[in-house]
Design a protein around this ligand. Sequence first.
Ligand SMILES: [Mg+2]
Length: 422
Amino acid sequence: MHLDQARGMLVGLAVGDALGAPLEFTEAREPDNYLTQMVGGGTHSTAIGEWTDDTSMALAIAESYQSTSEFQADRIQRSFNAWLRDGAFTWRGKCFDIGHTTLSALNTAEKHGYHNPYAGSMNKYGKGNGALMRMAPVIIANHNNRDKCITEAIQQTLLTHGSNTCVDYSVALASDLFACGELDKYEDLDLPNLRLSKNTDRHKVMSGGYVKETYECAWWAIENTTNFEDAVILAVNRGHDADTVGAVTGQLAGVKYGYDSIPKRWVEVLKMHDNIMDAADCLYHLGNGFGVMPNRQEIESVLAFIPQLTLPDFKPIISWIGEESYPIYHSAMINLNREIDKPCWSGDGSFGYSDQSQDALKKGSLKDIVDFFSRYRRGTQWGGDRWQADVFEKGDVMAALLRLKEFSYDRNSPTTASIALR
Ligand SMILES: [Mg+2]
C-alpha cells in the first residue's frame, strides 16, 4: 500500500460519508437525477462537506494509534463516548447521528467503567453495518501486517457489534482493503456469495443498515465503475443508509484509485480535511514501523529554538558555568531533547548521518529529519566541540531545523508530499 492509497482510504471514507449524508433515509434516485455534488442538508441538516458518525468513529479509532502507537480498546471506547456525550471528533461539536446498536454498546461500556470495552451485543440478530463504516484506520496502521490487521479489524468491530455476521463482514472488508481494493480470497472466511453479480439490476441493489446490503452495494458500485467519482456516486444514490454505503464505497475506491483520484470539488469542501489527512499520514508511517511522528505542536516547540541558535555567541542558551558547561545541560536544550525524544523514533538506518549530509538534510523527509536528531543526540550528546561546530560552522543542526520548519508550514508542496504530521 502506498501513502496515496492510505490517504485515499481515509479521506475517501469521509468524502463518501459527506456526499451521502443528505441522502440518508431517502429513496433511491434514477440516473438523470443523481446527486453528484456536495450539497449538505437532509435529515441531519449537514453543512456542505460535513460528515457523520462514520467518520467521527473512524477518527476516534485513529486517535488511539496517533497518541499511543497502538489499538487500545478501552481508550477507543472512551473516545466513542466522548463523541456521543461531548461531541468530540465532530465538526459541529455535537453527535447527531448514531445507530441503535452502537448507542446501546456505548452506554453499556460507560456503565461498566470500561472494564470490558468490547460491549457489542452478541445477539445473532444484530446485523448492523456500523463497523464497516469506520474500518480504514486499523487497515492503514497495519498495512504491512495482515494478521494484526484482521485481528484489530475484529476488535474494532466487537466494540459495538458482537454478532458473528458483523464480524464476518468486517473480516471480508478488512481483507479487501488490505488487498488495496482487489478481491480477496478470504482465507479466513466461509461466507458464500459475498458479492452480488456484477450485472445485478440496480433496482435490486439494497442499501439499508443491514451489513450484508452495505457490503454488497459498495462492491457492486466498485465493480460497475472505473474511478472513484463514479463508484461513490453510484453507491450513495441508492439512498437509505446512503452515508454509510458512501463511506464503505469511499474506502474501497480510495484505496483502489488513491487520494489523487478523489474529485477536487469534493476534497476542497470536506470539513476538517487536513485533520483527516494528518491521521492517514500518521497511521501510514506507523504501519511502516516508524513509530508515531511528532505532531505540529511538538515541531513548533522545537522550532522555537531557531532564533536562539542564530545568535553568534550562543549566550542566550549557554551560561558556561558549572553543570551548564555544555548546551545539553541547559534547561532550554533539555526541553529540546525531550521534544525530539517524544516520537520514540526507531530509525531503520536508512539515513546515514555523515559530514556530507547537509544536502541530504535539506531534501530529507520528515522521517529523515527526526532520524537525524535522534542519531545526533545519541552520537554527540549535544556536547562539546562537535555541537559547536555542527551548529555554527557546518550548520547541520540549523539545516535540519529549517527543513523541519518546511514540513510545518508547507505540507502540500510536492517535495513534502510524504510528510507525517498529525
Ligand atoms: Mg452516518
